[in-house]
Design a protein. Structure first.
Length: 289
């Protein structure tokens, strides 16, 4: 949801759309600089989240962050920005911060994974008393983006575990990204195999959030293009499996599908495309029930 008008307005927008959970950017997704969060805004956000029963809430980190960058200056700046994202989320009482692991650019996958793990370990070690989780998002695998296999996510987590800070790391799966990366959710066998691989490489206990998006591109395309539920290649059967899997029923599930209006709108009124996508998903749950 848009944070136009302040973070508390995002909670009101979520409740107006009959949402039970919410994802926000706590700052501009395309800028390094972040405005300080006033104490009053933090207090109102926490109050509304509880009073309107929109929780848990998660944040998405800035797209500029790249802990895998070989450039030392960019990597240090990314670490500082991630730390700020976690500090803001902790102040707001959020469950976690969703992070794209990073891109290795001109180096190798192995070197990129090592840099990510080292960066995460340093950021978390500097914040030993925080409760907010860092949620590594599984990616579609475009270009040199890392995190598109469960093995890569497992490698990062294992390396951070050696530093003693992995208890605050979770994983966020995205249905569009899974399909684009080659994980077939479209059949009972494919879904079961995907969950088996996730458990073997990462652990189902680390799965803490889901992004529900259909994909404009087909299985294994490695291209990240979100579209509306039921109008892409993921397929309604895949969403039905996710929504009715008892292992996932307590997890926050968030739509990142296209909206009919600009994300900068100051309106509280629900976006009609959000309502349509939510209706489609809830119909799948009710049909199964």
């Amino acid at each position: 949801m848009s944070i136009a008008g302040g973070l508390p307005r995002a909670v009101e927008r979520a409740r107006a759309a009959h949402c039970d959970t919410l994802q926000v950017f706590t700052k501009s997704s395309g800028q390094w600089r972040a405005r300080p969060l006033p104490d009053g805004e933090i207090a109102e956000f926490r109050r509304l989240s509880e009073e309107l029963d929109v929780r848990p809430v998660i944040a998405h980190a800035s797209y500029l962050i790249n802990l895998a960058a070989p450039d030392d200056t960019l990597r240090r700046r990314s670490g500082a920005a991630l730390g700020d994202e976690l500090d803001r989320a902790e102040a707001l009482g959020l469950l976690g911060v969703v992070l794209h692991p990073g891109s290795y650019t001109t180096t190798t996958e192995e070197e990129g994974l090592a840099r990510i793990a080292n960066g995460i370990a340093g950021v978390l070690a500097a914040r030993p008393d925080q409760q907010t989780l860092l949620l590594l998002e599984h990616t579609a695998g475009q270009g040199t983006n890392l995190g598109h296999t469960f093995e890569q996510l497992g490698t990062i987590i294992t390396e951070v575990e050696r530093a003693g800070t992995a208890t605050r790391i979770g994983v966020c799966l995205d249905t569009c990204h899974l399909l684009a990366a080659g994980y077939d959710l479209g059949s009972d066998a494919g879904y079961a195999d995907t969950m088996r691989q996730l458990d073997a490489c990462v652990g189902l206990d680390r799965l803490r959030a889901l992004h529900l998006n259909d994909s404009k591109t087909p299985l294994g395309s490695r291209v990240d293009r979100h579209t509306h539920i039921g109008s892409g290649h993921v397929g309604l059967s895949a969403f039905r499996r996710l929504l009715t899997d008892p292992r996932l029923e307590a997890l926050p599930m968030v739509l990142e599908t296209p909206k009919a209006r600009s994300a900068r709108t100051a309106e509280i009124e629900p976006d009609p495309m959000d309502l349509e996508n939510l209706r489609t998903l809830r119909d799948l749950m009710e049909a199964e029930g």
